[in-house]
Design a protein around this ligand. Structure first.
Ligand code: HEC
Length: 127
């Protein structure tokens, strides 16, 4: 009996961090954002990189960051970054806005993109 309890305890110890990371969308999204971080800042007042700072992007109209040199294609697209649009954008930017300057080929899975949206939203909320 004690042996069995001990065994369960050991298995729990080994497995719990793996499961915790597996179910946490926020963490998964934070990791997924590393694909974007080369070109996008996310902190308040952090200067843009190759792409604009994405803080507060969700729910907002496209091409709104002051001082960022957007492509004409994105400026004229008249998009609002709702969940569905942003999801399509991450999966294939050029199919949403032909001629966009965001040259990104997606390798994130559906689940990772979903988690990325959760993460981006959480960042907007604490602004
Ligand atoms: C190789 C650099 C690069 C990578 C990687 C990249 N982006 Fe971009 N992104 C850009 C550029 C450049 C623009 C501006 C596009 C334009 O003006 O047409 C942009 C624009 C955007 C916009 C529109 C912002 C606005 O103010 O309207 C969003 C949203 C966005 N990117 C999200 C992402 C996400 C999410 C990822 C990661 C999955 C990502 N990007 C990866 C370069 C990149």
């Amino acid at each position: 009996m004690i042996c069995r309890l001990l065994w369960a305890f050991m298995v729990g110890l080994v497995c719990s961090p793996v499961f915790a990371a597996g179910v946490n969308d926020l963490q998964r999204g934070r990791i997924a954002f590393l694909r974007c971080a080369a070109c996008h800042a996310l902190q308040v007042d952090e200067p843009g990189k190759v792409g604009p700072n994405l803080r507060g992007t969700l729910g907002r109209g496209a091409a709104q960051v002051p001082g960022f040199a957007y492509s004409e294609a994105l400026r004229k697209a008249g998009l609002t970054w709702d969940d569905a649009t942003l999801k399509r954008w991450i999966q294939d930017p050029a199919s949403v806005v032909p001629g966009t300057a965001m040259t990104y080929v997606n390798t994130l899975s559906e689940t990772e993109v979903q988690a990325l949206l959760v993460f981006l939203k959480s960042q907007t909320a604490v602004r």
